[in-house]
Design a protein around this ligand. Structure first.
Ligand code: 26W
Length: 813
């Protein structure tokens, strides 16, 4: 098969053909959505020949590849990325113009697939982009949620969640393959049987569902490669012989169908506090069992010798969500393929590697054994056996140190008997990595310390990265143009070349052009927010941005206390409004629906905005903007416009952060703590181009050790006291003191994330920001140096690190 010719005329022809024959409308009768679907179809057609080639080639080659197992992929819009990767942007734009259609208008119609919560899901999306661009044989496996992350709206300043029906207007980027469905079983019981003198176990499941694969193209950038993302969707099997539903009547049958299809219905919007929901475990097992089955049956050649499996594949576990894949592979090898336990275990250990994405103890997933045993009885037995063997080895090495054994056990006893998925992943994985230097170090020293001692060499680091295609080329075309003019093409796939910009930082004309790009990006953002949310952005303000999930450890409250302090300084007369640096504080954040404190903080941000924005005493110099429903599409507009990036988590809590990297690469300066990848950003850009504040991780530990009483910080700092009192007084809640009382008391008497302890240092750092911004030319110089020195944070580099340190899967040409 060959691609249609890449010419404007060829594109017009293909586009009209798709419009007429696939969508079934004439150009004159077509809606914008029809046109968008036909356009997407046309881009697909161009990529198709290469996709088919790559699938064949990867099959022929029998090279070792990566199966990236992730419950989330936060992809963002597909059209632009696919146009860019296949060099079709200009052709498509001209071709549509010939048909009287504006490409830009069609772009806006795409509903982004929001199949992830935040950092972890977006990282997976960056990684599959880099895998394709580097040319590593790989498949991304995940779940095709019918509803992605909820759509956020505000009612009276409070978050309201709406379902995200992202498939409603058609989904032109996916290819369903019902004929390649995998049958996935659940429930039932296990038994042993005699197989010619060998006692074996088998699982007699209680019910099953079908996993239907939907394939998505993942084009590499300008390299003619197209990898596959395979997302699984649940449908009822024709003989859905669920015992409990098997009453035989029609209504029950339909209900049974709904039950099966619920599995891929909705993305769980919790990030960081697992709810232990049965459906979530069903989702996890559903997608990894389908993926392993698919790989063994459809990707490997028939009759492949499974003893050699580690030569063909590494399953990368994106956090603990897919870890049930470990006992699943063991079950397949031992029960289905009749392999010896020890041989199967040796293979399994080489075929998995585990990435941890958190340090919060409450984020570590555990599954109660009664739930696991009910849903996956054979897997629970396998986990017990893995644990018994493992603990025996621990005893051999460390003696009968019961405390240590209890601490390391895969099965924990408190508060109830449950399986600790991080321990299982660590025992099973050939490697375990954290996502930034500091995070990996803390994993080794603290969270998984005993395991590091027991498995020397198993722990490693791969610092996160972001794709420069989406987050520079697409999001910031003017900056991309300026860079290409300065350095030539090539930097998009070799981001360390940005170093070459250092020389230009000294050039006044380049600085002027760089500043003009930033100003243009602010104008574009202003237009977007006006149109999208009716918000007014003052283009002459310092644009100060904090966008990320709402979580107490990320400390949106600290930024809020800074805003209230500035406001309080003006209204109390301590500072003249005219002496305040004009700033716009832009927030973007979703709260998990069940996380009351996070929702309350969202309410307070909106409430402070209401008051501050309209108070004439402020003279329009402080603005708080909180556009709802922050997502990848909005990020692509916000990040290139930002002057200042807020990365202010309590040291030791943010595993890495990836927004921090996107901002620096787009020429925002960071105000941040020594946490996650901020540490590496600061080392690279230099102290003079970074606003550091707050306690370091060891200082945080020392503060806890000596006893932390937040009220003492409140007492000791008059400005802090005044700002907190203002919130407590009801000034932002129409005089009602009760509305934000829980936030204030929480800070005063609990403050788990030491907001009050870091407040003074933060306020001083913000004053330095104001002073630095007063010299626009020096600011721009710093911004250029941020871009020049952060090429390290390309996800291409992360993937090369994974290849060198963990996967050993060289690219194939
Ligand atoms: C509900 C259970 C649960 C627990 C943790 C769901 C999701 C998680 C994720 C691990 C949370 C997450 O997204 N972590 C983020 O991962 C990013 C990519 O590595 C890091 O940059 C962020 O610092 C980390 O918070």
């Amino acid at each position: 098969m060959t691609s249609p010719p890449a010419s404007v005329d060829g594109f017009v022809k293909q586009f009209l053909q798709n419009l007429n024959f696939d969508i079934g409308v004439s150009l004159s009768e077509s809606s914008k959505n029809d046109q968008y679907l036909a356009l997407a179809g046309t881009v697909r057609d161009y990529l198709m020949a290469r996709w088919l080639d790559d699938q064949r080639r990867q099959g022929d080659l029998q090279a070792k590849g990566v199966c990236y197992l992730s419950a989330e992929y936060l992809l963002g819009r597909q059209l632009d990325n696919n146009l860019l990767a296949s060099r079709l942007t200009d052709i498509a734009s001209d071709a549509l113009a010939q048909c009287g259609i504006d490409l830009d208008e069609l772009r806006q119609l795409e509903v982004e697939p929001g199949l992830g919560n935040g950092g972890l899901g977006r990282l997976a999306a960056c990684f599959i982009d880099s895998l394709a661009t580097i040319g590593v044989p790989s498949i991304g496996y995940g779940i095709r949620y019918e509803y992605g992350i909820f759509r956020q709206t505000f009612e009276d300043g409070q978050q309201v969640e709406q379902p995200d029906a992202w498939l409603a207007l058609g989904s032109p980027w996916e290819f369903p393959h019902p004929e390649a469905a995998q049958q996935i079983s659940f429930g039932g019981h296990t038994e042993t049987y005699d197989d010619d003198g060998v006692t074996r176990s088998r699982w007699i499941p209680g019910w099953n569902v079908q996993a239907v694969p939907y394939n998505y193209m993942v084009p590499g950038y300008h390299n003619g490669r197209v990898n596959t993302l395979r997302l699984w969707s649940a449908v009822a099997t024709s003989a859905f012989d669920l015992r409990i539903f098997n009453s035989g009547d029609y209504e029950e049958a339909v209900r049974a169908q709904t039950f099966a299809e619920n599995i891929s219905k909705v993305l769980y919007p919790e990030d960081s506090t697992p709810q232990g929901k049965e459906l979530r475990l069903q989702q996890q097992y559903f997608f990894v069992a389908a993926s392993i089955g698919d790989f063994l049956e459809n990707v490997l050649a028939d009759g492949y010798d499974l003893a050699k499996l580690p030569e063909r594949v590494i399953f990368q576990l994106n956090d603990t969500h897919p870890v049930i894949a470990v006992p699943e592979l063991m079950r397949v090898l031992v029960d289905d393929k009749h392999m010896e336990w020890d041989a199967a275990w040796a293979i399994t250990q080489q075929c998995f590697a585990y990435t941890c994405h958190t340090l919060l103890p409450e984020a570590l997933e555990v599954w109660p054994v009664d739930l696991l045993g009910r849903l996956l009885p054979r897997h629970l037995e396998i986990i017990y056996r893995i644990n018994d063997d493992f603990l025996e080895e621990v005893r051999e090495r460390f003696g009968d140190d019961e405390l240590r054994i209890r601490a390391m056990s895969i099965v924990g006893e408190h508060p109830f008997r449950s399986v600790r998925m991080a321990h299982l992943a660590t025992v099973a994985g050939s490697k375990v990595n954290g996502v930034a230097e500091l995070h990996s170090q803390l994993l080794r020293d603290k969270v998984l310390h005993d395991f590091d001692e027991f498995f020397p060499g198993k722990f490693t680091n791969v610092t996160n990265g972001v794709t420069p295609r989406r987050f520079i080329r697409l999001a910031n075309p003017d900056l991309a143009g300026l860079i290409t003019e300065a350095l030539g093409a090539g930097w998009t796939v070799d981001l360390e070349r940005l170093r070459g910009l250092e020389a230009f930082a000294a050039d006044p004309e380049f600085r002027e052009r760089f500043a003009a790009v930033k100003a243009g990006n602010k104008r574009r953002l202003a237009a977007v927010l006006r149109e999208r949310d009716g918000l007014d952005v003052s283009e002459d303000h310092l644009l100060d941005v904090m966008v990320k999930r709402l979580h107490e450890y990320k400390r949106q409250m600290l930024q809020l206390l800074h805003i209230v302090t500035q406001y309080d300084r003006v209204v109390s007369g301590r500072v003249a409004a005219s002496d305040i640096t004009p700033r716009t504080f832009l927030f973007g954040a979703k709260a998990a629906p069940g996380y009351a404190m996070a929702k309350s903080i969202i309410h307070l941000i909106n409430a402070v905005g209401e008051v501050v924005n309209d108070d004439p005493r402020v003279e329009g110099r402080l603005k708080v903007l909180f556009p709802p429903n922050y997502n990848v599409t909005l990020a692509e507009r916000v990040i290139p416009a930002a002057d200042l990036s807020e990365q202010i988590s309590l040291a030791g809590k943010e595993a890495s952060g990836t927004g921090n990297m996107k901002f620096a690469l787009n020429g925002a300066l960071t105000i941040g703590t020594d946490d996650g990848a901020n540490v590496e950003i600061r080392e690279l850009v230099g102290d003079e181009n970074f606003f550091l504040f707050g306690m370091s991780e060891p200082e945080v530990e020392a503060q806890w050790a000596k006893g932390y009483r937040p009220a003492e910080f409140y007492q000791a700092d008059a400005e802090l006291r005044s700002a907190m009192d203002l919130i407590a007084s009801g000034a932002f809640s129409g005089g009602d003191r009760s509305v934000f009382e829980p936030i204030v008391s929480n800070l005063l008497y609990d403050d788990r994330f030491m907001v009050l302890a870091d407040y003074g240092s933060y306020i001083r750092a913000q004053a330095k920001v104001d002073a630095a911004y007063a010299d626009p030319d020096a600011w721009t110089r710093s911004a250029i140096l941020n871009v020049a020195r952060t090429g390290f944070f390309s996800s291409d580099r992360s993937i090369r690190d994974y290849i060198d340190r963990i996967w050993h899967t060289p690219p194939v040409s």
